[in-house]
Design a protein around this ligand. Sequence first.
Ligand SMILES: Nc1nc2c(c(=O)[nH]1)N[C@H]1C(S)=C(S)[C@@H](COP(=O)(O)O)O[C@H]1N2
Ligand SMILES: [Mo]
Length: 544
Amino acid sequence: MSEQQNPRISVPASILVGVLAVGAALGISNLVAGLVNPPSTPFLAVGNAAIDRTPKGLREFGISTFGANDKPVLLLGVGITMVILGVVAGLISRRRALPGVILVVVLGVVGLVAVNSRPNTTTVGLVSPVVAAVAGVAALLLLRRATLARSGHVLTAKNATATELAAASHPAADGTPVDEPAGSSHGVSRRGFLGTSAGVAVVAGAAGYGGQLLGRVDIASSQAGVGTIAAPDPLPALKASADFSADKGLPFITSNADFYRVDIALGDGPALTTQDWSLRIHGMVDKEITLSFAELIARPLIEKRLTFTCISYVIGSELVSTADWVGVSLTDLIKEAGPQGGADQIFSTSSDGYTASTPLAAVLEADRGAMLAVNMNGEPLPQVHGFPVRMIVPGFYGYCSATKWLVDIEVTSFADKKAYWTTRDYAATAPVKTGSKIVFPKGLTEPVPTGTVSATGVAWSQPNGISKVEVQFENGSWMEARLADDEGPSTWRMWRIDLPNVSAGNHFLSCRAYDGNGQLQTDVMSPVLPDGQSGLHRINFSAR
Ligand SMILES: Nc1nc2c(c(=O)[nH]1)N[C@H]1C(S)=C(S)[C@@H](COP(=O)(O)O)O[C@H]1N2
Ligand SMILES: [Mo]
């Protein structure tokens, strides 16, 4: 058919049509996902797929640039992409519906592939992207029909596509007009288009919101059910003398709210109740073990004060925190399962498919204190920190030891299985590098008074502890700082030093730590990849 016969929808109307069609698809998909358990929304699945395909380095960029906001930023990015695709869908179907229909269907297929790639996706979960595509196409056709009616376009069997005819309200026989002539119905049809648009927007929004409500799993009551779990041999209260930096803004124990959070999950992470939780220990073992939550916490409970460090810790950054953890010995559990010869790896998996590889030998060390934690600072684990159960193996960066929402442990070998970050160029396993940082002075932004400046900081070297910290003021000689009381070899240690006669002006300060074996931390700067950053923390500050 000729261009003449096929009218074009105006640019603004076509944009509205496309964006609403994509919006309808997303809203409906959310509703269907909410009805399915576990919920698998294509939107989040696409976000997760984006995370899983993030090139090396970009993750570090994301974490260092957006910090705890890296997930909202990513979701915003997916949202903006959807809006752009909606605009494109509208613009390419100004004359004919087919290009837009194809785009919406392709989006549905992308959602399908993304949902299918998520762990724990049930076949019924795949319904949601399919329904989304159908809803998106239906909305596109409906809105196109409404806008064509608005422009007074006369839809006839000759100039309309089959789909348009099917969607048209009046059945048309050979060449009979299916809509009123322009002049007479223009006002009515304009209202019809806006009404249809508003209707689609409301349905999409309500469906999206309804899906959100339906998909919500009530883990708060499950957490309340866990409550505070006390170990028979609880930790002594923190020695006041261990807490040098508290008055300078860094409490020894990091509150659950302030504890750093790093993971590949979106939102608050998997919503897993104790009821739905179980753990399977299997692989190269003499005896497979499966535990319910009740069976897990019926085992002997232990409590430990432990410092966590993230592989993405950039010298001086926030990605190091300390908490009191209650749980059961992972060492005992693995011994009970009985690792077989040839096994050298503990391969742990979370309910959302994250995997971590930890050396079996470290987990079996009697003194290291590998554990499965169920309480953090006297409370059930917060959802973002892995409720109901997470793994902890002191001395290793979190990515290769601290699996949250833990559901599976396979005893295997490094040769046989590679974990999530190992396939993304990080080391298969990485012991924490001895680190130290200056907490006070804070830097150039917060000048300190001249005279004696009491500098404080922390140092860590899990699982060997800290034996000495030294500080260098300007280019002077290294001076030994006073160490706070020791809270254990896998816990950070605070330090303090008085710098006398600090004059007005800008100064610089560095620190360095010695581990429990007297080994000095290296001053050689290395990148985060593949096994963590090394180098000394050095700050500039001003006095006046
Ligand atoms: N399930 C799951 N567990 C995970 C991760 C993850 O992405 N998914 N990230 C790990 C990383 S990189 C770190 S540093 C720690 C951080 O634990 P936190 O968020 O409780 O501080 O969790 C580890 N456990
Ligand atoms: Mo990490």
